[in-house]
Design a protein around this ligand. Structure first.
Ligand SMILES: [Zn+2]
Length: 75
């Protein structure tokens, strides 16, 4: 039986996540977040709800303080 790559729990219904062509296995969303979510540069908090701006992870405390041009789409 395969194991979660974070906590090592053997589980028959692991979550499979592919990133950059590599598959990762987790038993729960908490372990997937711990391994894969980027950290903000402000407090090191995992960023799972707000995302990136120009390649920089922004946590909930940084978004209100970020210059508007930093939050604009880069497309
Ligand atoms: Zn786990």
């Amino acid at each position: 039986m395969e194991r979660c790559e974070v906590c090592g729990l053997a589980y028959h219904r692991l979550i499979r996540v592919e990133q950059d062509g590599r598959e990762h296995l987790f038993d729960c969303f908490q372990c997937a977040t711990a391994a894969m979510a980027p950290s903000c540069g402000h407090r090191g908090a995992k960023v799972i709800g707000h995302g990136m701006s120009r390649g920089i992870p922004l946590c909930v405390r940084q978004v209100p303080r970020a210059p508007k041009r930093a939050l604009a789409p880069t497309v």
